[in-house]
Design a protein around this ligand. Structure first.
Ligand code: ADP
Length: 483
C-alpha cells in the first residue's frame, strides 16, 4: 500500500504545533505495519541547515499559479526510515515565519498544485493521498475535479484530517479562478463558497473520500454549532465518512528514560529521582527551590483556544493557593504581556519564558508537578499526553482529545490519571487546581497518580492500525466520493 502524506509542517524539520508531531511520527508507525508512506512538505528557509545540507535534488518542474509558471524543485531526504520530499520555491517559502503572510492563499495554492504534479513528475502514484489541515485542502478537490483525468490519478483515494477546524484558509473568491484555475460554477453554497469567500478547508470537506479528525470526542463536537466553526452542517452531512482517530505521541522522542536534555533521567520505577528535574526547573526560572511547593506548568500557544481567558480571569486566586506557575509559550501579545507582568508582580511564584524552545519544554514536562490545559476546545492535544509520560499530572477541561485521554482521579479507589472539569468556567478550573494541590500534599497518593499517568499508553500503535484499516477499506472501494 502506497500512501503520500501532504502536510505543511513536520518534526524534526519544522514545527509550530501538534500537526508537526503527528506528521513526524505517524508515518513511522504506518511503516511498521508494512505501508510505503512518504511525506511531502514545503522546503522552508527556516529548516535547520543540518537537514537542508543532507537533502538531495531530484527533480525540477514548473507549476502553474494563475498566469504565472513558478519554479518547483523537489529535494529528498531519508529520516528514520521514512522518505521525505521537500517542495522548493524560495519566493514562497524562504520567509522568517511559517504562516500569516499576506499571500498565504497563493503560497499554498502553489503547494497544492506542486504536490499533485509531483505524483506524475516523480512517478510515485500513491493509493491514498493523506492531506492535513487547510494548507492541503485544495488537493482532494483538484484531484476529484481535474487531476483524476490524468493517467495514473484515477484510482488515487484522498483522506483529509482535520487537526484544527478553527484555521480554514479563507481567502477572497478571486483566488479560485486567478490562482487555482477552478471553474466559477463550483462557487456556490453547496461547494466552494463560504460566506462570499473561498475556503480551503471546506473544499476538502466536500471532496475528500474520507475525513478524519484527531479524537472521537472532537469528531462529535464539530458536528455541533458551538464547535463546528460554521462547517458543522457539512460535517453532519458527511458523518458516514467521518471518523475520530486519537493521535499518539512518539514514545522514542518523548521518553524521560532516554531524553538527553534532562537533569536526571527517570521512569515510573525510579519516580523518586524525578524531583531533581523539578529543582532544576525552579533554579532555571529563579523560583524558590523546594520540593514541597507544587509547580504547575503551561507549554502552549498563548491563544484563547487554550483557555488563557480562564487563567487570567482567576490569576490572583491561583497565586493565592501558594503554587508556582511556569509558562512557556508564544502567541497573542495581550497574553504574552500578561505573563510578563505577572512574573514581575509575583516574582516568587510566576515565571514566563516567551518563546519556542523544544528542549526547555522537555525539561518543564519532566519537572512540573501539574500540567494545566484548560482549553476551550482541543481537537486532540499532545501536550497533556507528553506531560503524563513525563509524570506531570494534567488538569484539563473535558473537551475533545482531553476528554478522551485524561481520566479523572477517583479518590475512592485511586484510579485515573489527572483532574478534569466540565464547564468552560474559571472558578470550576480554580476548584480543580485546588483539588490537585490538596492531593499533591498527600505524597503517596500523588505518587501513585503520577505513576498512573506515566504508565498510560499513548503510543501510536493502536491509532496507526486504525489508519491502516481505513486506507485498506478505501482502496477496496470501486467508487470515489461524489459531490
Ligand atoms: P497545538 O497543536 O494546538 O498547538 P498540541 O498540544 O497538540 O497543541 O501540540 C503542541 C505541541 O507544541 C506540543 O509538542 C508542545 O510541547 C509544543 N509546544 C507548544 N508551545 C511550545 C513552546 N513555546 N516551546 C516548545 N514547545 C511548544
Amino acid at each position: 500500500m502506497k500512501v503520500l502524506f501532504a502536510v505543511s509542517e513536520c518534526v524534526p524539520f519544522i514545527k509550530s504545533g501538534g500537526l508537526a508531531d503527528v506528521a513526524g511520527s505517524l508515518p513511522k508507525e504506518l511503516k511498521k505495519l508494512g505501508a510505503d508512506v512518504r511525506v511531502i512538505l514545503p522546503k522552508y528557509g527556516m529548516i535547520p541547515e543540518k537537514y537542508r545540507s543532507e537533502m538531495k535534488k531530484m527533480k525540477e518542474y514548473t507549476v502553474q499559479v494563475g498566469w504565472r509558471s513558478q519554479f518547483c524543485g523537489i529535494e529528498t531526504l531519508e529520516y528514520e526510515g521514512v522518505t521525505f520530499y521537500f517542495v522548493d520555491n524560495e519566493y514562497y517559502f524562504k520567509r522568517d515565519s511559517l504562516y500569516g503572510h499576506y499571500d498565504d492563499g497563493e503560497r499554498f495554492s502553489f503547494f497544492n498544485r506542486a504536490v499533485l504534479d509531483f505524483i506524475a513528475e516523480v512517478e510515485f502514484y500513491p493509493d491514498v493521498i493523506h492531506c492535513h489541515d487547510w494548507h492541503t485542502g485544495m488537493i482532494p478537490f483538484l484531484l476529484r475535479t481535474e487531476y483524476y483525468k490524468k493517467p495514473g490519478y484515477g484510482l488515487i483515494r484522498s483522506v483529509f484530517t482535520i487537526h484544527n477546524l478553527q484555521f480554514q484558509g479563507i481567502f477572497p473568491r478571486e483566488i479560485l479562478g486567478n490562482l487555482l484555475h477552478i471553474d466559477s460554477r463550483y462557487f456556490n453554497e453547496e461547494q466552494l463558497e463560504f460566506f462570499g469567500n473561498a475556503n480551503f478547508m471546506k473544499a476538502a470537506l466536500i471532496s475528500a473520500d474520507h475525513i478524519t479528525t484527531v479524537s472521537p470526542t472532537y469528531k462529535d463536537e464539530i458536528q455541533t454549532a458551538y464547535y463546528g466553526e460554521k462547517l458543522d452542517g457539512i460535517l453532519r452531512k458527511r458523518r458516514e465518512d467521518l471518523s475520530g482517530i486519537l493521535n499518539g505521541i512518539d514514545h522514542d522522542l518523548y521518553d524521560p528514560k532516554t531524553y538527553a536534555g534532562l537533569a536526571i533521567s527517570f521512569s515510573p520505577e525510579s519516580y523518586e529521582l524525578r524531583v531533581e528535574n523539578k529543582l532544576e526547573i525552579q533554579r532555571f526560572f529563579g523560583l524558590p527551590e523546594s520540593s514541597e511547593i507544587p509547580v504547575a506548568a503551561m507549554i502552549t500557544r498563548l491563544t484563547k483556544q487554550k483557555g488563557l481567558d480562564l487563567v487570567t480571569g482567576v490569576f490572583h486566586e491561583i497565586m493565592a493557593t501558594g503554587i508556582q506557575l511556569v509558562v512557556l509559550g508564544t502567541g497573542d501579545p495581550e497574553f504574552e504581556q500578561f505573563f510578563r507582568d505577572m512574573s514581575e508582580k509575583y516574582p516568587e511564584q510566576c515565571k514566563a519564558y516567551i518563546g519556542f524552545d523544544e528542549n526547555l519544554a522537555h525539561q518543564i514536562y519532566a519537572g512540573a508537578d501539574i500540567f494545566l490545559m484548560p482549553s476551550q476546545f482541543e481537537p486532540c492535544g499532545l501536550s497533556q499526553m507528553i506531560a503524563m509520560r513525563y509524570g506531570a499530572v494534567p488538569v484539563v477541561r473535558e473537551t475533545g482529545g482531553l476528554n478522551d485521554t485524561v481520566q479523572p482521579y477517583n479518590e475512592f479507589n485511586d484510579e485515573g490519571n489527572g483532574f478534569t472539569f466540565k464547564n468552560f468556567n474559571a472558578h470550576d478550573m480554580l476548584f480543580t487546581i485546588e483539588k490537585a494541590i490538596s492531593l499533591f500534599h498527600q505524597e503517596e497518593r500523588w505518587e501513585r497518580l503520577a505513576r498512573n499517568a506515566m504508565e498510560t499508553d499513548y503510543s501510536w500503535a493502536q491509532s496507526a492500525k486504525q489508519y491502516n484499516e481505513l486506507y485498506s477499506d478505501l482502496i477496496s472501494r470501486s467508487e470515489s466520493h461524489v459531490f
